[in-house]
Design a protein around this ligand. Structure first.
Ligand SMILES: Nc1ncnc2c1ncn2[C@@H]1O[C@H](COP(=O)(O)OP(=O)(O)OP(=O)(O)O)[C@@H](O)[C@H]1O
Length: 332
């Protein structure tokens, strides 16, 4: 998430580039996001400020809207639980419901649940151990990078690794939308069922929705300053026995197992739980109420927004009835 410092810097750069002393140099902005999800990552010892806490935000952002319709989940009970967790609450009955998911059997047709972990060291370890356990031929797929000397930079910006090791039985996840209509979307879960006969022996994946597809390399482009680009060609796959909660941001997952005992951030439990599409596809192995936290500054931000929205609606209603109380005038 964008922090106050970065927002302030890009606002300044926009003014300089546009040569105009207007908010963001006069560039129109639409920002979207949810401050109650994972907060900005900061270096240790550095004070964390959300972008709405910067003066640049107050100078640039004139209107804020709260989107309230949930689309990822359809089950009202689950939506209600998530709405409470999002604001840092977990009443007893909701706690019990989440604990009860511990016994959910969510594996189907050889596709195992993805474990969401709080710490990336755990992710690496789980994936390495599980891959080693598989017998059978190992296939290694190395990325083709436009500038191999900048591999670290590309690794940081790109959602696929420079080297992907696969065997038959490897649990994988798509890292790009390939065919939305067929359910081959970023985050779709599958398992390697074999390799084709082409020269490179490309992996054939069976996805959770039953679709079987040979996966071919895709291209990622990374924009650098000054109009320069970096490029990586690689399979749009990552190992999926485990991924970190941070890396799961933005994904929707069909079958997910979550460990929350080592939560260390506000919003971390909410991000993890809200990746699941439904309660049946979710297994929380160690749920405790104490893992649910919401940042108090963010709660204040949303409370203020709600009050302002209510006032705005009120003033609009007054307007419809002919009299705008706030501005003490009649409207037509
Ligand atoms: N208008 C819509 N109609 C149907 N499905 C939708 C619509 N908008 C979003 N969805 C679905 O809801 C899911 C979540 O959408 P999206 O990732 O845009 O939400 P988000 O607010 O970014 O979520 P989060 O911040 O929690 O990751 C996706 O599976 C998407 O396909």
């Amino acid at each position: 998430m964008l922090d106050a410092d970065f927002f302030t810097k890009i606002e300044h750069v926009a003014r300089v580039i546009r040569g105009k002393d207007l908010p963001f140099g006069g560039i129109q902005l639409i920002l979207c996001g949810d401050f109650l999800q994972l907060p900005p990552v900061t270096k240790s010892g550095q004070k964390r400020l959300f972008c709405f806490q910067s003066s640049a935000w107050h100078n640039c952002i004139q209107m804020t809207f709260e989107l309230t319709e949930v689309r990822r989940q359809t089950d009202i009970e689950f939506i209600n639980i998530l709405q409470h967790i999002r604001i840092g609450r977990c009443p007893k009955e909701m706690c019990e419901k989440l604990v009860s998911t511990n016994s959910n059997k969510i594996e189907t047709a050889g596709i195992l649940a993805t474990r969401l972990c709080t710490h990336k060291e755990d992710v690496e370890q789980i994936n390495v151990v599980q891959l080693e356990k598989l017998s059978g031929e190992t296939r290694i797929f190395n990325a083709l990078d436009s500038d191999p000397a900048l591999v670290k930079l590309i690794n940081n910006q790109c959602s696929v690794k420079a080297k992907i090791t696969l065997k038959r039985g490897t649990q994988v996840m798509l890292t790009k939308n390939l065919a939305v209509q067929r359910g081959l979307v970023n985050g779709a879960r599958g398992v390697v069922i074999g390799f084709n006969n082409a020269e490179k022996g490309l992996p054939i994946i069976r996805f959770l929705n039953g679709v079987e597809q040979t996966i071919t390399p895709e291209r990622w482009t990374i924009k650098l300053g000054g109009g320069a680009f970096l490029m990586r060609r690689q399979l749009p796959l990552q190992l999926a026995w485990a991924i970190s909660i941070h890396k799961s941001q933005g994904l929707s997952l069909d079958c997910v197992e979550i460990s929350l005992s080592r939560v260390f951030e506000c919003g971390q439990a909410y991000v993890a739980l809200s990746r699941a599409r439904n309660l049946e596809g979710l297994r929380v192995i160690d749920f405790e109420k104490s893992c649910v936290h919401a940042d108090s500054e963010v709660l204040k931000f949303y409370q203020k927004l709600r009050v302002e929205t209510k006032l705005l609606k009120q003033s609009n209603l007054n307007c419809y009835s002919g009299y705008d109380k706030e501005n003490s005038q009649y409207c037509y």
